[in-house]
Design a protein around this ligand. Sequence first.
Ligand code: GTP
Ligand code: MG
Length: 428
Amino acid sequence: MSSAVHTKRILGPSGRTVQPKGRIGFANLPDQLVNRVVSYGFDFNILCVGETGVGKSTLMETLFKSAFDDVPVSHKQPEVSLTQHSYELREGNVNLRLTLVSTTGFGDQLSRESSAVPIVNYIDKQFEAYLQEELKIRRNLVDFRDTRVHVCVYFINPTGHSLKSLDLLCMKELDKRVNIIPVIAKADTISRPDLIQFKKQIMQELGSNGIKIYTFPTNEEQVGELNAKMNDYLPFGVVGSREEIIAGGKRIRARQYPWGIVEVENEAHCELTKLREMLIRTNMEDLREKTHEVHYQLYRSNRMTGMGFSDVSADNKPISLEETYQQKRNEHLKEMHTREEHMRAMFVQKVKEKEADLKSAEQVLIDDQDRTRQKHAEEKRALEEQRLLLEEEITQFNKRKAQVQAQRAQTEIMANNKPAVYTKSGKK
Ligand code: GTP
Ligand code: MG
């Protein structure tokens, strides 16, 4: 939870200035706030974006003078992903809950257009987690482990030439979501004149591509001047090292070369101390505040607008949450009603279509039946004709038969009635 955020919000509508006649005690309020914030501790989350082996882990260890448990990754990652480690650091009586998120496989794929997608998704996911907690009825933002990314340290390869299109594409995606502090990594590998020229080139390319990086605030009384000066050094040329050597009786972090050593904490050798001063000592709270007030608010307002909430009604008049809810509810009910009507009309239409289908199928059956009936009637008629013909034939046949029988009977009678002829031997 950001203390400065709350102190600013306390300023309300102005009233009459009254000077109390004695000490009351509210002058202790800042101490109370400090004590409370100190007892809760701070969350600070850094996202390191840069190509594999550019020196991300080494720089974080150098910056926090600690040994973290990062392991190097290979260049054969199929896609960009993120690793996340959290640490509890204690300095004096102040606890810092530090989360370091680092890209793996960044810049190792042939197609680099989508390299920023997992990074953007990660940032949005942390905003979403905070938003969900904020929207809960029983929310607990005091104990909530805030994982929103407060700063993105963007590691630029010390080519001395110009920014890669991958860097421009990625930073363009990130600048709306996070405070970007670009650094030129491994600045010991580039000569001083080249480094100065490279810095100019980078700032000019960022400007011409409309990429907004985080600049240290210059409007604060105590640090404004220092911040303004430091803004001119951006992007810092930094050197990291895990090695410690003894020089002049003192243990110092350095990189050793055949021709000498690069002391990472030495301002004459690199700008690591400037980065530490700006990132941790001077502007950590501003980074946390800007994350909450600018980047998170943008995410929140986009999400709330997406969910249909608004501060003003359609006719641009202020609208309360309850009114918005009622309006949304009415819109929803109206939409449900329209959908129901539509579904009902669809149902009626479908029933009508089905009925028409059934009717035409029935008609086909009736036609079939009629045709069969007609065919049967014709066959019956043909059979009847055949039967009649047969009966006629039978009648004719019987007639002929009767005639023949009659003739035969006649012949027999005539034969029987013939007079007998007698021969010598008897009757013939
Ligand atoms: P991955 O996590 O594997 O992507 O690598 P990284 O970006 O975390 O790089 P890491 O810190 O592991 O450093 C990679 C190599 O670069 C190591 O051999 C470091 O010693 C070396 N290195 C780191 N920082 C510097 C630096 O500032 N200058 C030089 N010359 N080498 C450095
Ligand atoms: Mg690493």
